[in-house]
Write a protein that binds this ligand. Structure first.
Ligand code: FAD
Length: 393
């Protein structure tokens, strides 16, 4: 018997979380705090021992939804004060090289924070070690699931053995290409849709200046809006900038020689070339190809009282609203509130979560899709022109 956070004496639940990314590791922490037994299974190696994995952005904008969730595990202030760089507005780089600022909140100075993905993920994993009731299994890939029975099969990627495990509750936090969701797709009445946008993204880098400092004003999210494509940059703790080029794949494919890269950047992002450096631009541009962006909607998020999807597994969104991680963290907050409200009664928790959560999540997904047009195009136009463009969209 364990004394739960709500003061009740209860047998702890046995919970498996699939996926130790940002959302899975936060959820593990919240459930551990409540006294439950948590087993976290992650496909990759422990992120604390590996360099950045390509296919996930290097840094992210943390906003109020995410901050609230971090606050509930006592990490918000640490993240924003010591490891977050405030971004108080958009810093627009015009075609002619001139710049201007659009504050996010000129009245009360609210801002968003640029945070490092690896740092935050590692911090959440490390924090869970304070609790004796969390077990972590890295290099374990989910390959099969019986979601009604709560039984899962993992492949140990290092020695190719398989292991079968059971739990009272399975939480699928295994990202946009979720294996748990794939198993759920066999359920009757499970709605699912996905959309790949025609644009991909590529991450480049602006190094620190010769003085070791940021080469651009750091307290902003920098944007080079160019109509059908854009460049953005978010600051990092080490005084570098992660620069992301969002552009149609067709356009990426056209730019296939060094001359074409320099001509393209020279025409559209001339002020970024000296910041990135010609040599580094060419190296990074050809180091890897552009990556796709997918938007996923599905519901319900649960299978009876045995399985639940959260984070990107439930709702991958395009990144233009900076809300993927933030809304995944909000999933954890809401779930935690429901554990409290329903005294750990999984059936009630999962059913209420699934019935209510989808509306906000679908709205965020649509806003994210719309905000791409806003960031790459509308942001440069006077507001009276917005109406027409939104109608076009
Ligand atoms: P993930 O981070 O994808 O983690 C899923 C985990 O599950 C991974 O560790 C994976 O290895 C593991 N896994 C997968 N399959 C299996 C399996 N079969 N078995 C076991 N484990 C498995 N969001 C923001 O809020 N703000 C931003 O500024 C922002 N910027 C972004 C920029 C870009 C370019 C992109 C692509 C995304 C951005 N996002 C942003 C979205 C954000 O990255 C995601 O919403 C967030 O990573 C979701 O976290 P997650 O834990 O649900 O999924």
């Amino acid at each position: 018997m364990t004394t739960l956070q709500n003061g009740h004496q209860k047998k702890p639940l046995d919970i498996i979380i699939v996926g130790g990314g940002l959302v899975g590791s936060l959820e593990a922490l919240l459930l551990a705090k409540r006294g439950h037994r948590v087993r976290l299974y992650e496909y990759r190696e422990d992120i604390r021992r590996t360099p950045h994995v390509r296919g996930r952005s290097i840094n992210l904008a943390l906003s109020v939804r995410g901050r609230k969730a971090l606050q509930s595990v006592g990490l918000e202030q640490h993240m924003i004060r010591e490891h977050g760089i405030p971004m108080v507005g958009r810093y627009i780089h015009k075609f002619d090289g001139s710049t201007y600022v659009i504050p996010y909140d000129a009245r009360t100075n609210q801002c968003i924070y640029s945070v490092g993905r690896n740092y935050l993920n590692s911090l959440l994993l490390k924090e869970s070690e304070k609790y004796g009731n969390v077990e972590k299994y890295f290099n374990h890939k989910l390959i099969n699931a019986d979601l009604h029975k709560g039984s899962l099969t993992f492949l140990k990627t290092q020695n190719k053995e398989t292991v079968e495990v059971n739990a009272d509750l399975i939480i699928g936090a295994d990202g946009a290409y979720s294996a748990v969701r794939k198993a759920m797709m066999k359920q009757p009445l499970f709605d699912y849709s996905q959309k790949y946008i025609e644009h991909g993204y590529m991450e480049l880098c602006i190094p620190p200046g010769e003085d070791g400092e940021f080469q651009m004003p750091s307290k902003y999210l920098h944007i080079w809006p160019r109509g059908n494509f854009m460049l953005i940059a978010l600051p990092n703790q080490d005084r570098t900038w992660t620069v992301t080029l969002f552009m149609p794949f067709a356009k990426f494919n056209e730019i296939d020689t060094e001359e074409k890269v320099l001509a393209f950047f020279g025409k559209y992002f001339a002020d970024a070339i000296p910041l990135i450096g010609k040599k580094k631009l060419l190296e990074d541009f050809f180091a890897a190809s552009a990556l796709p962006l997918v938007s996923v909607k599905c519901r319900p998020y649960n299978v009876i009282d045995k399985t639940l999807l959260i984070g990107d597994a439930a709702h991958a969104v395009v990144p233009f609203y900076g809300q993927g991680m933030n809304s995944g963290f909000e999933d954890c907050t809401i779930l935690d509130e429901l554990f409290q409200k329903h005294n750990d009664d999984i059936a009630k928790i999962l059913s209420e979560y699934s019935d209510t959560r989808w509306k906000d999540v679908f709205a965020i997904s649509d806003l994210a899709m719309y905000n791409y047009i806003e960031m790459r195009d509308l942001v440069t136009r006077p507001s009276y022109l917005f109406r027409k463009s939104i109608d076009d969209f």
